[in-house]
Design a protein around this ligand. Structure first.
Ligand code: SF4
Length: 445
């Protein structure tokens, strides 16, 4: 039985239900311990990238996931190898002071922070300050493990649609930069604005209000509280005056703006996607080597399961694309796998009985002629549906190597066909896709 390690000499409490893993409190999965690394702002320098790749090889099974919160997850770590990994992470300065501090430090920031000429301001110091408040203010350690903050710099890669409980989006005003404050899913309905210097305090007060209010009103996330009480009650509990905040601009990031070579006012970057959010340690190591050879200043992790190489010229980005060809990354936005979301499945997850990812790769070939866009197919190892919480056109839920098919729903919804073999899935999806493709051909001949 796995016992969580001591957090720098402080015994960890038993992991509560609904906990989130970290580096100090790993989670036991089907392929060993999962160690999650929360890198501030998703900023990863090249030396640390090499070191993390080496850790994944030496202490784990060599597989690394990039989560939808831009965290790296080392998989297949053994109980015997965990102490060595913990020591190495401490040496790399990516360990928190305690498991509680680590768990609450969930801040997703714009991936090009500090580099994007289109951004309203450089949010890196603000993201750091918010993390410092979250880790030092022990009253906030009562937040649920999945509770997250999002800071969008208003730049070229908006975080619209990325899940968060407290959302802070920068806007330019005649008085200078301000942040729109929104709660849960209600990103179109900001409750107030604040100055950059007030952001940490505003976020902390709203988080404390969530903790206080859920004592009377059960809520797992901020969106639950918004549905139960409304945003005005939460703002009042946070001692925050509701304001007529301007509606946020309609900003969405297209995957074609993230993958491949891009330039913003002369600032180039290269995006490489991880199929279903996973790469091997050798791929990360090679990415860092190639990036270094072309003068990159670092890597940025994104919530879209894409790694950005930054600090390069446009020519270097083109050259890198050729050199990264054999590493298993997705280098083009029209890759059919981008239409498919898949969880780790078996054998990585204890809840799975089906090898979801190889099947997802196979099924993705059905989508080769669809234009780049969002998820069309979600392949899930069980009804929990970790890889895609919202509805998808098609969802497959695996049971012992066969699949139930759900149309226009989530993994928990009622299937329209059950116990399909992978061959039958392929035939069924082809049949159901035909009218969709015909319609697309009519709309975009
Ligand atoms: S959806 Fe189920 S099988 Fe897949 S990762 Fe989540 S719990 Fe595991």
């Amino acid at each position: 039985m796995f016992t969580p390690p001591l957090a720098r000499g402080v015994p960890n409490r038993p992991a509560p239900r609904g906990w989130c893993p970290g580096a100090l409190r790993p989670m036991l999965t089907g392929d060993g311990l999962l160690v999650r690394l929360r890198l501030t702002g998703g900023i990863l320098d090249l030396a640390t990238a090499h070191a993390i790749a080496a850790c994944a090889t030496r202490f784990g099974n060599g597989l690394i996931d990039l989560s939808s919160r831009a965290n790296l997850q080392l998989r297949g770590v053994g109980e015997a190898t965990l102490p060595g990994l913990t020591a190495e992470l401490e040496r790399l300065h990516i360990l928190d002071a305690s498991a509680e501090a680590e768990t609450v430090r969930n801040v997703t920031a714009s991936p090009l922070a500090g580099l994007d000429p289109a951004a309203v301001l450089d949010i890196r110091p603000i993201a750091k300050a918010l993390e410092a408040r979250l880790t030092s203010d022990t009253a906030l350690h009562r937040l649920p493990g999945k509770f997250g903050f999002l800071i969008d710099d208003g730049g070229a890669l908006p975080l619209t649609g990325v899940s968060a409980d407290i959302r802070l989006t920068a806007i330019a005003t005649p008085q200078g930069p301000r942040f729109l404050i929104a709660l849960g899913d209600a990103e179109d309905l900001p409750i107030a604005t604040c100055e950059p210097a007030q952001l940490v305090d505003c976020a902390a007060r709203l988080a404390q209000a969530f903790i206080d209010l859920r004592n009377q009103t059960p809520a797992r996330r901020m969106r639950d509280l918004v549905r139960s009480l409304g945003v005005a009650a939460i703002a009042e509990a946070a001692d925050m005056a509701m304001q007529d905040a301007p509606a946020p601009a309609d900003r969405h990031v297209a995957i074609s703006h993230v993958i491949g070579r891009h330039e913003i006012s002369g600032m180039a970057y290269l995006g490489v996607a991880l199929p279903f959010g996973r790469m091997g340690s050798a791929a990360l190591d090679h990415l860092a080597t190639v990036a270094s050879r072309h003068g990159a200043t670092g890597l940025r992790l994104t919530p879209w399961r894409v790694i950005l190489v930054v600090g390069i010229s446009a020519d270097a980005a083109d050259a890198m694309l050729a050199e990264l060809h054999d590493d298993g990354f997705i280098l083009k936005a029209d890759d059919a796998r981008l239409h498919v979301a898949a969880c780790p499945g078996a054998p990585s997850c204890n809840s799975a009985t089906t090898p979801v990812q190889p099947d997802a790769t196979r099924f993705s070939q059905l989508f080769t002629d669809l234009a780049p866009g969002g998820t069309v197919l979600h392949v899930s190892g069980c009804t929990k549906g970790c890889a895609h919480a919202s509805s998808a056109q098609f969802t497959l839920v695996g049971h012992a190597g066969r699949y139930d098919l759900i149309e226009n729903g989530t993994a928990a919804d009622t299937p329209v066909a059950v116990h399909l073999s992978p061959d039958e899935v392929e035939a069924e999806l082809s049949r159901r896709l035909r009218p969709i493709k015909e319609r697309l051909l009519v709309e975009h001949p």
